[in-house]
Design a protein around this ligand. Structure first.
Ligand code: UDX
Length: 438
């Protein structure tokens, strides 16, 4: 089997490397020559644990290669995956599909023999059908099927998510296309992964329904956390108490400053827009979007309240900037809302993130970036945890206290134990948990 993966962003690169690990011959294509040159030197354009080793192994094994030449990669391939970006369109929140359609046109010109064209990027319902139309229009003689095969990879654990998924969803409407897809995923049949075969539209909708459901689940627990604070209950016990019910499930019930990242904010918005356009509004998700936006801003108020009602002229140490740990991704990170709100309230910000600072430097103004957690805390009036990186879990708290001007700790990821923090002499604020009296 040979495939071409168009787009070496997050999804394309991880999927391409993982397919090659499955024994498929993979050629990854990108227009960005610098990116391809970097990949030839095993320089990853993104940070994902284990990816560089996986790429190096498979390049060495001759199953994985990189090129800017789409034509040579597509001709002769059994399947061509479209894994280009689908950012939110400025202004209306719809997904911008111009990269997908441009790729479809280019692919069409290079097809030889029967080829399955797979949309891997997250695309609104109806996109697969449009890709089919574009290819047919560009190359009326081409022998192809369009298939939808959405990814469910989480940044930071993407390789494991690809290799051991809960399920694979494939929208394929002909026996020929299904046979090619089965062959590509044959390794997963060995570990009895459920494979859901369905139509193009259904497959496209599954992806959005999954992500928006998870976003709603997080938003639900975030609101329950606020209620816990109001009534003196503990949100972690509530999450465990409800999550043990198999119908609810334990995962994605961790409260925090609001979901961010490259998928949930974009996908919730896109689905809300599609649903409105189709006359079947998803009011529950519209509300989720509004609550999550507001929540990020409200987190700055929480910090202000912890600092005796004012951060005017104060220095705030922020630990963690990325939307979650084990990634350098800053997209829609809560830090992008919280930090400017604190600056507006008169605070000066010192910040550190283990992987995200290069990216973050372009996204904030007036922030002092530090080398490590301890340097960040130097003479700060409060410490705020925004991302739950492991290295923040095990700080030397005596040292933390000696560095801070005031022992105020706002933990927006609930990574510390309230009783321990109070015993260590901190004025500790977290999300949805009562703090014991000192
Ligand atoms: C998500 C989906 O999980 C994945 O299936 C899809 O393909 C892409 O989008 P990702 O964005 O990498 O993956 O991160 P994820 O781990 O799902 O977290 C998303 C956001 O939700 C983060 O901001 C995270 O901090 C937040 N989150 C997650 C919570 O606040 N609480 C939780 O319990 C889980």
């Amino acid at each position: 089997m040979r495939i071409a993966m168009i787009g070496t962003g997050y999804v394309g690169l991880v999927s391409g490397a993982c397919f090659s690990e499955f024994g498929v011959d993979v050629v990854c294509v990108d227009k960005d020559a610098a990116k391809i040159e970097g990949l030839h030197a095993n320089r990853m354009p993104i940070y994902e644990p284990g990816l560089d080793a996986l790429v190096a192994d498979n390049v060495k094994g001759g199953r994985l290669s990189f090129t800017t030449d789409l034509k040579s990669a597509v001709s002769g391939a059994d399947a061509v995956f479209i894994a280009v970006g689908t950012p939110s369109r400025r202004g209306d929140g719809h997904a911008d599909l111009s990269y997908v359609y441009d790729a479809a046109r280019e692919i069409a010109q290079s097809l030889t023999g029967y080829t399955v064209v797979v949309t891997k990027s997250t695309v609104p319902v109806g996109t697969g059908r449009e890709v089919e139309r574009i290819i047919r229009e560009t190359r009326p003689d081409a022998d192809f099927d369009v298939v939808s095969n959405p990814e469910f990879l989480r940044e930071g654990s993407a390789i494991n998510d690809f290799m051991r998924p809960d399920r694979v969803v494939i929208g394929a409407e002909t026996d020929r296309a299904r046979a090619v897809m089965k062959q590509l995923y044959r390794v997963l049949y060995l570990i009895e992964t459920p494979i859901v075969f369905t139509s193009l539209e259904t497959s496209e909708l599954i992806k959005y329904a999954a992500n928006t459901f998870l976003a709603a689940k997080i938003t639900f627990i975030n609101e329950i956390a606020d209620l816990c604070e109001a009534v003196g209950a503990d949100v972690h016990d509530v999450a465990r108490g409800i999550g043990l019910d198999g119908r609810i499930g334990k995962k994605f019930l961790h409260p925090g400053p609001g979901y961010g990242g490259s998928c949930f904010p974009k996908d919730t918005l896109a689905l809300v827009r599609t649903a409105r356009d189709k006359g079947a509004p998803l009011r529950i998700i519209e509300t989720v979007v509004a609550i999550n936006d507001e929540r990020k801003r409200k987190m700055a108020d929480k910090v202000v309240a912890a600092c005796a009602g004012s951060v005017e002229g104060k220095s705030i140490a922020v630990l963690g900037l990325t939307f979650k740990p084990n990634t350098d991704d800053m997209r829609d990170s809560p830090s992008l809302e919280i930090i400017p709100a604190l600056q507006k309230a008169g605070a000066s910000i010192r910040a550190f993130d283990p992987e995200g600072m290069e990216e973050a430097r372009h996204m904030f103004s007036g922030v002092t970036f530090c080398e490590n957690a301890y340097e960040t805390l130097q003479s700060a009036d409060a410490m705020v945890v925004l991302t739950e990186w492991n290295e923040f879990r095990a700080l030397d708290f005596e040292r933390v206290k000696s560095l801070l001007r005031a022992p105020i700790l706002v933990d927006l990821r609930n990574i510390y134990n309230p009783a321990d923090m109070v015993a260590a002499g901190f004025q500790y604020v977290s999300i949805g948990r009562p703090t014991p009296k000192a």
